[in-house]
Design a protein around this ligand. Sequence first.
Ligand code: KG4
Ligand code: ZN
Length: 358
Amino acid sequence: MIVLGIESSCDDTGAAIVSDSKEILGEALQSQEEHKQYGGVVPEIAARAHLEHVDEIVNICLQRAHVDLKEVDAIAASCGPGLIGGVVVGAMTAKALALALNKPFVAVNHLEGHALCARIAHPIEFPYLLLLVSGGHCQILVVKNVGEYQRLGTTIDDAAGEAFDKVAKMLGLGYPGGPMIEKLAATGDDSRFTLPRPLIGSGDCNLSFSGLKTAVRKIIESYTDDGNIDHAILPKQDVADICACFQMTATDCLVKKLERAIKYFKQNYPSGQHVVVSGGVASNTYLRGKLKELAEKYNLEFAAPPIRFCTDNGVMVAWAGLERYRLGLVNDLDFKPRPRWPLDENAPKAAGAGGVKA
Ligand code: KG4
Ligand code: ZN
């Protein structure tokens, strides 16, 4: 069984073909450079760029896979959550191919792509505990099965990746901010500045990064005469120190809340064996290291997708599409792309969801 998947929900146009024996037959990815100068993704530019590149990306993927479209069993696309212009492009492309070839169409929730992606590389059984940390989302979930999620916590303001991006922007490090902050943090002193850990004592699994970001802004402001951070001139080492302090504090917030969630998970899902991290921020090796230590402390196995599959890509969509297709979870061609699409929307509200005390 082989499935073609298309990703276009943010600023990456991706396509991949994967098989049920977990082989990646071919893939292609175009990350849009157009947004760099704006310090963030510009939706209109993203939509146009997806439209311009999607056919070519699908063709390159097919060529690399040495697969003819007729051999594909189903066609999947990220249909949300995400930027409406982008998801419309991916969904329409997949639907058009499905219609022309008379193949099933699978509407993939982009977050489910991140959630299931680690299962390609690792033998991870359900249920597992997931920390999903990307540019748009920051959630702790129990992945009970394909399409079955219990959300234990979420950010009440910024997503983790968004916080990395905003801090990087304030420091003039460009977009996306995560990789640059990670690089500079490696040479920084993470004890130089004390930053707040918002919501750390809230007694649930929710997260907040807005206050942390504001604290970084205040530090940068202290390097100016007029309070305008665009006028701040920071010595290189100070930039590295801020990066190290921010990365360490943000990671600590994630670790503390995941620890609460682990206690709940072990009590309520005793058969669960794995703690998984996914999404763009999961490419951060410092975070991966801390999460591995945490999982081991609780005798759980830690798993994450290979780093290149943490940020958005076609493989995660093709794989989630395949997992859904083999369970018969296909969609009609009148499925409407959904810019907002919570992963746990059909889940019965289990006791403790959203407010897990540990
Ligand atoms: O999953 P993703 O590609 O897109 C969304 O679905 O949002 O995640 C992109 C996010 C960006 O905010 C980026 O700064 C962050 O992932 N990111 C990182 C790293 N690499 C990417 N954050 C921290 N450390 C990294 N190495
Ligand atoms: Zn994503």
